[in-house]
Design a protein around this ligand. Structure first.
Ligand SMILES: O=C(O)CCC(=O)C(=O)O
Length: 304
């Protein structure tokens, strides 16, 4: 069979002349430039050699977490961290190269979600950061197409343009704004076969429509290492959003205790931020405790 690489058919997709999709190699600067310009990348077959064991480990993690109940999603966080083998995805050459290419070798690992994506996902962006760069690496474990729940993105919707960004709810209001259903919002559908990888900037608008209730997928979240006070402040803001969902760590103990020095280099900065925030929360709690004590002592004194 002629295995010559054929034309690029869409964002990052390459097929050989027989029409079979295959991963483009290597992951080079042109791919990074595409990602930064349009806010996403589709890499067919990037994990096709690994997808068998990944699917087995994924099934074990979701079985342990339990199935979704009715229309509610059950997406444990952090997801890959629950399996020692899936923790190793961070060191898989394809993933390491991809993350290094897009965010640098010192990128931060910021956790992972996964499980059954039940029903439609309305248009949204995950984040609103302005100076830092955070992205999701998404792996769909079921075949998904334009009308069967694949991820769709609005290219370049992460970019500031003239300095104004659409509010997060913008595209989900398509009916009121433009008289069209959310499915009709102009976008690129990223059909995916198990083994494909999709990467998107978390500020890019994305959605999914028409999927089956057992659409399975997991994501790994990464951020550029923070070098400035502004970037650190955005990371702190991000980490501070988790406790209200009952999440106190971005990584599991397993992810941390089984980390090689190399993996640890992706965990350290988020851990320092967590630690600092915990310290701040503890001193706020101490302050409130003392203030309330003083208040009740004062009240006690006036009632005596
Ligand atoms: O596949 C989907 O339903 C969309 C997933 C999504 O919005 C996300 O992972 O941020």
């Amino acid at each position: 069979m002629d295995r010559t690489i054929g034309p690029v058919t869409e964002a990052g997709r390459v097929s050989d002349v027989s029409g079979r999709r295959r991963a483009e190699t290597p992951l080079g600067p042109a791919r990074a430039a595409f990602f930064h310009a349009f806010g996403y990348l589709h890499l067919p077959g990037l994990l096709s050699n690994e997808i068998g064991w990944i699917a087995d480990e994924f099934a074990a993690v979701v079985a342990h977490a339990g199935p979704p109940s009715g229309p509610n999603r059950n997406l444990p966080f952090p997801f890959i961290d629950r399996s020692e083998r899936l923790c190793g995805l961070l060191a898989l050459p394809a993933i390491e190269q991809l993350v290094e290419l897009l965010l640098g070798a010192d990128a931060n690992y910021l956790g992972s979600t996964g499980g059954y994506f039940v029903g439609d996902t309305p248009w949204h962006r995950d984040a609103w950061q302005t100076v830092s760069l955070r992205m999701k690496v998404a792996v769909y474990l079921t075949e998904v197409g334009a009308d069967t729940g694949c991820l769709r993105v609005v290219p370049s919707s992460h970019a500031f343009g003239d300095g104004v960004r659409w509010p997060s709810s913008h595209l989900a209001n398509s009916q009121e704004l433009w008289g069209i259903d959310q499915r009709e919002v102009p976008a690129v559908p990223l059909s995916s076969t198990p083994g494909d990888v999709i990467v998107f900037d978390q500020t890019v608008f994305h959605a999914s429509f028409g999927g089956s209730p057992d659409r399975t997928m997991f994501t790994m979240h990464f951020g550029r290492h923070c070098h400035t006070a502004e970037e650190l402040a955005e990371l702190e803001e991000h980490v501070a959003t988790f406790p209200r969902f009952g999440i106190t760590q971005l990584h599991s103990d397993l992810m941390r205790s089984s980390a090689s020095p190399r993996r640890m280099s992706h965990l350290t900065q988020p851990m320092q931020v967590e630690h600092r925030l915990r310290g701040m929360q503890a001193s706020i709690a101490r302050y409130r405790f003392r203030r309330d004590l003083r208040r009740s002592e004062r009240q006690g004194a006036t009632h005596a």
